[in-house]
Ligand binder design. Structure first.
Ligand SMILES: [Mn+2]
Length: 427
C-alpha cells in the first residue's frame, strides 16, 4: 500500500481556502516582527525525525497488549508504514532498526524497498536486555557489565553483529541502551560494574567503521529498581569520553526522574559537543513512552530552545543530533500516534525558532527576569500550526495528515491486506 500525490492533493482541496486564510494572517503578524517566515518554513521541512521499527505495532505494557489490526508483520511492512507516514507528513525519512526484532534477511532488497519509499536507515539499536532463542548465555544478571567474561563477550559480539547489519543497510550509528544494574542493595559492586561496562563499550567502539558514531543511552531505573549501571547523563558522558571522539550521549526524554531539568542537560552536553542522539516521547510518571508533547509541551519547547541555541552556536562543534521518536503504548493507532508525535516535535521546534534570541540575551544580561519569561512565552503561545501546514503543502504532503489518514481509511486497507490479529515484532 502506498499513497499517491494525487490522493493527497485531493484531500487537501477542501482545506486550501481556510489554510490560506490562517497562514496569511500568521505570516503578516510575524513579518511585522521581522521574522523570516520562508526561512522558518524551510527549517521545518528540513527537520526530519526517524521512526523506530518497534513503534509501528501496538505497544504493550507488562499487563497486556491489544492488537490494533493490520500491524506490520515483518520489516518490509514496517517500511511501508513509514512510507505512509512520510507521504502524509514529509516529516520523516528514516527508520531506526532494532536487532534482533528486525533482522534484515536480505539487506539489498530491504534497502531498495526503503529507497523506493524515500527512507534511509538511521541508528541501529542492539538488544542485550532480553534472551533470544538458542542464545548460549543469559542476560538475567547483565550483559556488558556482567561478572562473567563469557557473557560480556557474547554481548559485545551481538553489538558487532548489529554494526555489520547496519553497514549493509547504510546506517552510520549504533545506539546502546543497557538494562544492566541491580534491584537490591549490595547485589552489585558499582565500581566494578561501571569499569566492566567501560571496557565492553570500548571494544564495541573499536569495531565501528571510522565514519560511525556510538550513542550511549542512559536511564535511572527500570527494569532494575535499585541501580542502573548507566543511570544518568553524567555517567553516559564519562563513558563516551572514555570511548573516544565518535561516542556521544543520547538523551531519551522519558529516561529521567520526575521534574529533572532536561533542557539544562541538553545545554551542558551541547556545550561539550557530546549530544549525539535524541529520543522523543513524553511522560507523566516515569518511562511512560507517551506521544511527544502530549503531557508537557512547554518542556519540549524549552528543550528545543536549548537545542537551537546549541546548534547555532559557532563556538560549539556539536554535530546535529540523530533525532528519533521512541514512543510505544497500547491505546492509539500507532500511525496516528506517530503523526501526532511528529506534529508536536515540529510545533515545539517552530516555536523555539520564533524566540527572539537577541532580545532574550539582552534581557538576561540585564537580569530582567520578567522580560525573559515574556520573550519565551510569547514564542510558546504562538499557534505555529499554519507554518507546519504550509511546509507540508509545499512538500506535497497533507495539510491535515490525520484527517487524510482517516478519510483514506488506511487502517482498514492495512487490516484487509494483513489481517486483524497480526502482531508486530517488538515490545
Ligand atoms: Mn530510548
Amino acid at each position: 500500500m502506498s499513497i499517491s500525490r494525487n490522493q493527497i492533493e485531493d484531500k487537501n482541496k477542501r482545506h486550501l481556502g481556510p489554510h490560506k486564510h490562517d497562514y496569511d494572517y500568521l505570516r503578516d503578524q510575524l513579518q511585522t516582527k521581522e521574522v523570516d517566515v520562508d526561512a522558518i518554513i524551510g527549517k521545518i521541512s528540513a527537520f526530519q525525525v526517524a521512526i523506530p521499527s518497534w513503534a509501528l505495532g501496538a505497544g504493550g505494557t507488562r499487563f497486556g497488549r491489544f492488537s490494533i489490526g493490520g500491524e506490520p508483520r515483518n520489516l518490509n511492512e514496517k517500511i511501508i508504514d513509514i512510507g505512509i507516514i512520510r507521504s502524509l507528513t514529509k516529516a520523516t525519512r528514516a527508520i531506526s532498526l532494532h536487532i534482533p526484532w528486525d533482522i534484515p534477511q536480505d539487506a539489498g532488497v530491504i534497502k531498495e524497498l526503503a529507497a523506493h519509499h524515500g527512507i534511509v536507515f538511521d541508528a541501529m539499536n542492539s538488544n542485550t536486555f532480553q534472551d533470544q532463542p538458542n542464545q548460549k548465555f543469559s542476560y538475567k544478571f547483565g550483559s556488558l557489565a556482567h561478572t562473567d567474561e563469557a557473557v560480556r563477550i557474547q554481548a559485545i559480539q551481538h553489538n558487532v553483529d548489529v554494526i555489520n547489519y547496519g553497514v549493509a543497510l547504510g546506517s552510520k550509528s549504533l545506539t546502546i541502551w543497557l538494562a544492566d544494574g541491580s534491584s537490591f542493595p549490595g547485589q552489585l559492586n558499582f565500581q566494578k560494574a561501571l569499569e566492566r561496562t567501560s571496557q565492553s563499550l570500548k571494544e564495541i567502539y573499536g569495531h565501528m567503521p571510522a565514519d560511525w558514531q556510538l550513542f550511549i543511552e542512559y536511564k535511572p531505573y527500570e527494569p532494575q529498581f535499585y541501580s542502573t549501571v548507566i543511570q544518568d547523563w553524567g555517567t553516559s558522558y564519562l563513558l563516551a569520553n572514555e570511548c573516544g571522539k565518535r561516542a556521544y550521549t543520547l538523551v531519551d526524554l522519558g529516561h529521567h526522574l520526575p521534574n529533572t531539568n532536561i533542557e539544562q542537560i541538553v545545554a551542558t552536553l551541547m556545550m561539550r559537543g557530546k549530544l549525539g542522539g535524541f529520543h522523543f516521547n513524553d511522560s507523566k510518571y516515569g518511562d511512560d513512552d507517551l506521544t511527544a508533547g502530549s503531557i508537557k509541551p512547554y518542556q519540549l519547547f524549552l528543550i528545543f530552545n536549548e537545542l537551537i541555541y546549541g546548534m547555532s552556536s559557532k563556538a560549539i562543534k556539536n554535530p546535529e543530533p540523530a533525532w528519533m521518536i521512541d514512543a510505544s503504548h497500547n491505546l492509539k493507532d500507532p500511525l496516528e500516534d506517530l503523526i501526532q508525535s511528529l506534529e508536536a516535535i515540529h510545533i515545539a521546534f517552530a516555536q523555539a525558532l520564533l524566540v527572539d534570541q537577541v532580545a532574550l540575551e539582552e534581557a538576561r544580561e540585564e537580569n530582567d527576569v520578567a522580560r525573559c519569561q515574556e520573550i519565551l512565552q510569547d514564542a510558546f503561545r504562538c499557534d505555529v500550526r499554519p507554518l507546519l501546514r504550509e511546509a507540508r503543502l509545499r512538500e506535497g504532503a497533507a495539510l491535515y495528515p490525520i484527517d487524510a489518514y482517516r478519510t483514506m481509511k488506511i487502517r482498514d486497507v492495512l487490516i484487509r491486506e494483513r489481517g486483524a490479529s497480526g502482531r508486530a515484532s517488538g515490545l
